[in-house]
Design a protein. Structure first.
Length: 137
């Protein structure tokens, strides 16, 4: 029981730390002129789009990075099915958005853990904003 409580406290602490880091990074980006009007949420690597300036920001730890749309070489949305439910008889679909960047230090960003409706919304936005980069990375 103590182990479960300890793990829960550690998980909540990590979630709080990441949230506060992302909030502080967003404030820094806004002060530098980045106006995020689209946000792809992920617990570890949120991705923001500034559609007017045609820039993309990745709020990765330890520092956020900003790229021009031209620096995004490819993106793909993948889905796969695996057993789910208490008796593992119900299929569960996992989604993953992969962004490939022209950055040798961070060549790609992976966003995971979202549902089908969110996947469709992100796909529509990416098709509108970045059709030139649509390919399987």
């Amino acid at each position: 029981m103590i182990l479960v409580v300890l793990l829960l406290v550690i998980a909540l602490g990590a979630w709080w730390w990441l949230s506060s880091h992302h909030d502080a990074a967003l404030v820094q980006l806004q002060e530098a002129g980045f106006q995020a009007d689209v946000r792809f949420d992920d617990a570890v690597n949120p991705v923001l789009l500034d559609t007017r300036a045609r820039r993309i920001a990745v709020l990765a730890v330890p520092t956020p990075r900003v790229y021009d749309y031209a620096q995004l070489s490819a993106w793909a949305l993948k889905a796969w099915e695996r057993p789910g439910g208490s008796d593992r008889s119900e299929p569960r679909v996992d989604h993953e958005l992969i962004l490939r960047l022209n950055d040798p230090e961070h060549p790609h960003v992976r966003l995971t853990g979202f549902d089908a409706a969110t996947a469709r919304r992100w796909l529509e936005q990416l098709e509108r904003e970045l059709p030139q980069a649509r390919q399987a990375p």
